[in-house]
Design a protein around this ligand. Sequence first.
Ligand code: HMG
Ligand code: MG
Length: 311
Amino acid sequence: MSERVRITDVSPRDGLQNEPARVPTADKVRLIEFLCATGVDEVEATSFVSPKWIPQLGDAEDVLASLELEAGREGPALSALVPNEKGFERALAIHQGGRPLKIAVFTAASETFSRKNTNASIAETIERFGVFLPRAFEAGMAVRMYVSCAVACPFEGAIEPGAVRRVTDALLALAPGGGVDVEIDLGDTIGAATPESLSALLDAFPEEAMRRRIALHLHDTFGRAASCVRRGLELGVRRFDGAVAGIGGCPYAGTPEKPAPGNIDTELLVGTIHDAGFETGVDMDALKRAGDFARQILAQCRAAAVKGGAS
Ligand code: HMG
Ligand code: MG
């Protein structure tokens, strides 16, 4: 039997957060419902970040409250970004209100990016997580820990693999031992990775158990993300993120001349993994339907924004 690879679709969060035209809450909900029907393991549904920083995702509670998932069906895990204690309280209220949530905390291997994205140094972000993570674990929440700029930073250039390892170790020091579900998600925020630089990064994590914990979050700026997926698989990575229709990017990783790049398209990601002889449990037709829906809602809200701007 082929080995199983875990897929997270981040399109409702990473895919929409940089979209200037406001996507209606009902369309976000439909997108998540489409994704939940694909067989992916997890859908990163929204963000409990400051709505002043990411206005697009200011409706996180409404999105999660409006979801109508098939009763009795074992669906994917739902997750959401949490930057600080305030965001954690919002996520915990949903989790304890009956919609189990995985939380995703995020920091970076680049000081400049960390400050631009969260108004805090790397050490300060990790200190913030230490305030609420014990309560998250106590509440039985699974946790993803993102390390952005794992290969390169839009402001500082290439990032040393050793710097990524140091941040990862500091994050893992916050997790209790035992059967706690903690994922380390290495973000190639600007799609700079090549198979070679990815090998150098993963060499900083020689332990097999560590590599099984690692997820790769690839953006596809130069069309190299699929070759990085193949290299990741060769090196023991079994968790990957994608966004249907290849949408997304971090608003704080771009400039007006050079906007942040989209994620690897989940269809390309899953196809690449299947071609390499692994299983995902994802239905490609259902994934295509989700991708078509994402394209349709973005086209509609961009057209509405142009019309609104012209009038
Ligand atoms: P700050 O301005 O330093 O925070 O932002 P503050 O504590 O001074 O608060 C400012 C205001 O925001 C206050 O409101 C707070 O209450 C409110 P006011 O008193 O002015 O009315 N506030 C909040 N409201 C709701 N929920 C919250 C929250 N926190 C504060 N959680 C902060 C610091 C971390 C909040 C801000 O920088 C932030 O939200 N940053 C998030 C930026 C972001 O979402 N970036 C994109 C995600 S990361 C990414 O895309 C990379 C990734 O995909 C991986 C990869 O590709 O590499 C994950
Ligand atoms: Mg991203």
